[in-house]
Ligand binder design. Sequence first.
Ligand code: PLP
Length: 446
Amino acid sequence: MNASTTQNPLFYQTSSHIPLVSRAEGIYIWDEDGKRYMDGSSGAIICNIGHGDPAVLDAITQQAQSTFFTYRTQFENGPAVELAQQLVHHAASSLSRVFYVSGGSEAVESAIKLCRTYHLSRGDGGRYLFISRFPSYHGSTLGALALTSYAPLEIHYRPMIKSAPKIPAPYCYRCHYGQSYPTCSLSCAHALETMIKQLGPENVAGFVAEPIGGASTGALPPPDDYFAVIRKICDKYSILLILDEVMTGFGRTGKLFAYQHWDLQADIVALSKGMASGYFPLGAVMCRGDIVDSVLATGGFPHGHTYAGNPMACAVGRAVLKRIVDDGLADRAAAMGERLLQGLRRLAVKYPIIGEVRGKGLLTALEFVSDRDTRTPFADHLQVGNLVTARAFANGLIVYPRRSINGLSGDHILVAPPLIIKETEVDELLDRLGRSLDEASTRLAG
Ligand code: PLP
């Protein structure tokens, strides 16, 4: 069957036409017409080690010759155990236990259910509320959506979910309190304590946050002292700190895990995306050992997914982690990210539609504004993030827009190429992006 000529029954988020992929290698993808695209967003910020890695192909072939699948409650498998040991080793913290899942939303769901079960196991069953932040993105399943504050993806489903109470994210460019750092004294972090008191500390189970904001806020690193305040408040009220590292993990921001930027101890961490780098569906929850001990001593964790911890996914995860560690890809992300940020700042000087350049490592973003002085966003219908993304695609560069559904437009793009990108390729990316910004600016002015 020729997939491009026969009617295609597949559907995703919108009806837009997308090209058929022919092959992918390194940081490039080719479509069926032979057009080459630079993958400037690692897919959906997932393909950290790039496409077509021979070591991963080897790992897949070898594992397939042994065992494709066994069910997690019937057989343990070597790749699952070894990957868990490696994760714990590299977490270099009190995160000493691992629970596998197959994606980011599943990881977040598992994290909050584990947290709730832990409180129950300690006879503290009143604790069931989770506080999260706005804006935020934690996944598309209903539990993860309840933690999410990103209208284009959750507004339709609000009547179906019990939305989590939310505090402002540390979005300094658009401070919720109209303040500036550092004179603000981190009002956004202290808002956690206010919210806990409002809800009653005895009802609150956990606080969920992306260590560096991803899709909803656009590569948003917090002030360096933000999480120290958060940690202190969580400890004061015996609330677990759950970090959603689904996008930031596995070297993306210049450390293997983003919490390592601040020497921060999380209680539970949700992982996916870069964990198998797009080669297989895989995710995990890492957590403090005493959480698991307490849960297992009092009846266990009544939760799990059929594909979790399967040998193929874990063999891929093991090969991907080895590649990231052996080749120092986190350090590489830090160095290439600095070059990329410098280049993006040069583009910002040239193109006034760029209001802010931000990011850490190879998780970077441009936020677009119609007036840089007043930081006024573009009118919703202009969908500038999508416009720049479309121009970039035409110019052979893939970037990741904040999505727009039913007129709820975004106003930033993520630029987050694979961590294997070379200096000359960063320059090529900037060149293609510059051309695309030029075309978008002309169209907006016309
Ligand atoms: N959490 C964060 C921070 C994410 O960025 C995403 C996906 O973009 C998810 C959770 C959901 O992951 P998945 O799409 O694998 O379910």
